[in-house]
Write a protein that binds this ligand. Structure first.
Ligand SMILES: [Zn+2]
Length: 408
């Protein structure tokens, strides 16, 4: 049951033979196989597997309810096993496999000691369902439903690319969609949550360090830009007579890039829809979606203001579709992790995680990032070296021993 053997067992599950990427989507056969794999690994370790009202899997070492009766909460680690379309092997599974391997390491160490180390607080490994939102379009659906951020009715009504609702997908997977809902009892068991995750950028490569402690999730938002023009013939309409919706859009793409550089954040237009969409037709309408994020909220706002001003100058309308302020992880917990681990770097992230949803629900939460030499994520190029993975396992084991070593 080593890290390597667990990794090898997961490797073929949901892997596309042509792209080499993973297609592990919620409530599919592949997802079922991953959940069964997780259940088997938990059973082999004598962990008590429970599910919450969304089907997230929680495997407990120790009885969280007996501990709660004595005023002690649990220490939880883990991540998710699903993927984006053609995703990498590490985003999610690294956190789940490392959690199980960390428990093995703690137990092996305590078996060789006299007396052996025993947790004073129960420890759990969680496998969150549907973190990527690849099938139904809402990221972190598993943690959003149990924390009440995503309404059960809305979740049940979400549809996949084939028009199947989440309710029907749940039924097809042999589950009861009416069961979906907030699960405060499960959340009350969590005194601390630590999610280990592959880094999704090049921060640690540049610092030449294998591991970082997460400080926060960057503020981020999405905006819709609607440009209007007038459809006409691409061959017969004189340039001075045209009203081309694409010109404003092109200017917005360039402005987003330059504004992001000026304000030290990131801004991306990666999705556009053009009407009528003909090669030989001038665009009558163009819609673009802007995604902007950064360490500083003011910087992101300033960059978006520049894009908005430029778009409005060309007659476009700009709508804010979503805005999420900075999600800070628990500063005291992060500082404790940094102390336990001998001072690794502290780092924010521009990517969303279940850890962010739990942090917003008031649970003391922290993250550990493992170096990704390619800096690439959500792609088969995503990578972590074996030694860095094992350093992550050893670090997580130290964290769990420290957090669960004292009753709290
Ligand atoms: Zn992830």
């Amino acid at each position: 049951m080593s890290f390597e053997s667990m990794w090898a067992a997961l490797q073929p599950v949901g892997r596309d033979a042509h792209t080499g990427g993973y297609r592990r989507f919620a409530w599919t056969r592949t997802d079922h196989d991953l959940r069964e794999w997780f259940a088997g690994e938990c059973a082999a370790r004598g962990l008590d597997l429970t599910e919450d009202r969304m089907g997230n899997q929680w495997a407990w070492w120790g009885d969280p309810d007996a501990a709660a009766a004595q005023g002690r909460t649990g220490v939880v680690t883990g991540s998710h096993l699903d993927s984006v379309p053609d995703g990498g092997a590490f985003d999610g599974p690294l956190g789940v496999v490392s959690a199980l391997a960390a428990i093995d390491l703690i137990r092996a160490r305590s078996a060789s000691e006299e007396p052996g180390w025993q947790p004073q607080r129960p420890i759990a490994v969680v496998n969150f369902v549907d973190e990527e939102g690849a099938r139904f379009g809402v990221a972190c659906a598993g943690s959003r439903v149990i924390t009440g951020v995503l309404e059960p009715d809305r979740a049940r009504g979400l549809t996949d690319a084939d028009g199947m609702t989440m309710a029907d997908a749940l039924r097809k997977a042999g589950r009861e969609p009416d069961h979906l809902g907030p699960d405060p009892e499960v959340l009350r068991r969590i005194g601390a949550f630590v999610e280990l995750h592959v880094e999704q950028g090049r921060g640690l490569v540049d610092l030449e360090k294998p591991l970082a402690v997460g400080t926060d999730i960057w503020p981020h938002g999405r905006w819709r830009l609607d440009f209007t023009g007038e459809a006409n013939h691409a061959g017969t309409t004189r340039l001075e007579d045209r009203h081309d919706a694409m010109l404003g859009l092109a200017q917005a793409v360039l402005t987003a890039r330059m504004a992001a550089e000026r304000h030290s954040c990131v801004a991306t237009i990666g999705k556009v829809a053009v009407q009528p969409g003909g090669v030989n037709a001038i665009a009558s309408a163009a819609t673009a979606w802007l995604d902007a994020r950064g360490a500083q909220e003011q910087a992101v706002r300033a960059a978006v203001a520049e894009v908005t001003a430029e778009a409005e100058r060309t007659g476009a309308s700009v709508t804010e579709e979503s805005w999420t302020p900075t999600t800070p992880f628990d500063p005291a917990l992060a500082a404790r992790l940094q102390r336990i681990l001998g001072g690794p770097p502290m780092m924010g992230t521009g990517a969303g995680h279940d850890a962010g949803i739990l942090a917003n629900a008031g649970i003391p939460t922290a993250m550990l990032f493992v170096r990704n030499p390619t800096g690439i994520s959500h792609s088969p190029e995503e990578w972590a070296e074996r030694d860095d993975c094992l350093a992550g396992v050893a670090s997580l084991a130290m964290v769990l021993e420290d957090l669960a070593g004292v009753g709290a």
